[in-house]
Design a protein around this ligand. Structure first.
Ligand SMILES: [Zn+2]
Length: 123
């Protein structure tokens, strides 16, 4: 297979147990190490509700994040159905006063806690 980030060919070792596994991989091991997933979970108390922010990476990379679709969809499934929360998705967020005010307004509008999924929280 060819890595969508560095365009290098890579192979996946298979054993007899997963020999016919047809799962496609998009990223080589070297690129997995170059762009490490660093899940962080942050809880912020809003006026009436709570906001949790789950980000996947430590910083913003200039990559096609679709390469991490498997990891992202797992994260998505785990949080989309979280009880008492409305899920929101952003690519990269900046935790400014304005942003938090907006999330606070959303939480009141939706009458619910907010779960935000994003790739990274930028400075
Ligand atoms: Zn690569």
């Amino acid at each position: 297979m060819r890595c969508i980030f560095c365009n290098e060919l890579f192979y996946i070792k298979r054993t007899i147990l997963d020999l016919f596994n047809t799962d496609k991989e998009y990223i080589c091991n070297r690129c997995y190490k170059r762009y490490p997933i660093n899940l962080t979970y942050e809880a912020i108390q809003l006026d009436k509700y709570e906001c949790v922010i789950i980000s996947m990476f430590k910083k913003r990379y200039k990559i096609d994040y679709n390469g991490f679709y498997k990891e992202y969809s797992k994260l998505f499934m785990a949080n989309y159905i979280r009880e008492g929360y409305h899920a929101m998705f952003f690519s990269h967020i900046k935790l400014t006063e304005d942003f938090l005010e907006l999330i606070d307004a959303f939480s009141k509008l939706l009458d619910s806690n907010i779960a935000i999924l994003c790739f990274s929280i930028t400075e």
